[in-house]
Design a protein around this ligand. Structure first.
Ligand SMILES: [Zn+2]
Length: 76
């Protein structure tokens, strides 16, 4: 009798979880958030720019192609 109650209890819990999931389902058509932008520093003018707008050369970043051409410059 005890085992039967346990099975019944498990069944009720499973049913409860199923109902809860059914009603708590979030709409799947939510827009996927774009990958977080990383701020990088221009090696020439030391201005911080988002990496999607920056120009990369190996491990070094530049804010624009002009600064890429001029190369890294020490901060004064
Ligand atoms: Zn720059």
């Amino acid at each position: 009798m005890g085992l039967l109650r346990l099975i019944l209890l498990g069944f009720i819990i499973a049913l409860g979880v199923w109902v809860w999931r059914r009603f708590n389902r979030r709409p799947s058509n939510t827009v996927q958030q774009p990958a977080a932008k990383t701020m990088v520093r221009c090696a020439h003018c030391h201005v911080h720019v988002a990496n999607d707008r920056a120009v990369q050369q190996g491990q070094i970043w530049y804010c624009c192609k002009q600064h890429l051409a001029q190369g890294p410059k020490a901060r004064d």
